[in-house]
Design a protein around this ligand. Structure first.
Ligand SMILES: [Zn+2]
Length: 247
């Protein structure tokens, strides 16, 4: 293939823009904010699940507390009725009196026990309530962190997209100066060889594969016409001669 030396050298500019575009695309795909956002979103889901568990527990404890309080109230009301009967002097039989007094004593003991249950449920409810509030606070903190990260990610995306747009503009201008057959060869090689289709011959070394050319290869290159499109013997990329080639 033949191409003017200036057109060949333009390939190096195109390669530079293509490498930049590749980097920008890679950075867009691997923004550190994106990974962190994913991690925090997982954390928020986890916290919401824990909060839902705490909320269910609170509802259960509320029910348990109402039940325990109503048990206390029943026992208390019955003891009060018995006490009123006792005080009203309606009971005359000593046996009945004794039975009533014993029932009042037992109801009072029962009331004390049930009041303990109420207290114990209230304590558990208080602890669960605190846990529920702590989870809500943590969710809010993580959500605030997420919001900041999302803003940072958006602005990073905007910047990278702007860089990409300007690189694409430059690419179009550069590509327009390169003959079609050379451009097609470059594109094919670039896609085959890790994004690099054209490399500078720099002080006897191919900048594509970083290997030094043999004396014989360099000798052939010295003999080759300036408009001959050269290829690296090792990596097959287009090899571009410049003033830095060391020929
Ligand atoms: Zn090479």
């Amino acid at each position: 293939m033949k191409a003017e030396p200036a057109e060949q050298q333009r390939l190096l500019d195109l390669q530079e823009v293509d490498s930049l575009l590749r980097q920008l695309t890679h950075r867009l795909r691997t923004l550190p904010e994106a990974a962190e956002i994913q991690r925090l979103e997982g954390r928020v889901r986890e916290l919401r699940d824990q909060k839902a568990v705490a909320a269910t527990k609170l509802t259960d404890l509320d029910r348990e507390q109402r039940k325990a309080e109503s048990d206390v109230e029943q026992v208390r009301a019955r003891a009060e009725r018995d006490t009123q009967r006792l005080n009203a002097g309606q009971v005359s039989s000593p046996k009945e009196l004794e039975r009533l007094q014993s029932e009042i004593d037992s109801l009072q003991r029962r009331q004390t026990e049930l009041e303990e249950v109420v207290l114990e449920v209230m304590e558990r409810r208080e602890a669960t309530d605190a846990e529920h509030a702590r989870l809500q606070k943590e969710i809010e903190a993580v959500e605030a962190e997420l919001e900041t990260l999302e803003e940072r990610r958006s602005s990073a995306v905007v910047d990278l997209e702007a860089d990409r747009a300007s690189a694409n503009d430059r690419r179009q201008r550069v590509a327009a100066e390169i003959p079609e057959d050379l451009l097609a060869l470059y594109t094919k090689l670039r896609d085959q060889h890790d994004g690099v289709g054209a490399a500078m011959l720099r002080y006897g070394r191919c900048e594509g594969c970083k290997l030094a050319l043999s004396t014989a290869e360099l000798g052939e290159i010295r003999q080759a016409p300036a408009d001959e499109v050269l290829r690296c013997e090792d990596c097959r990329r287009i090899l571009i001669r410049t003033t830095e080639s060391g020929l």
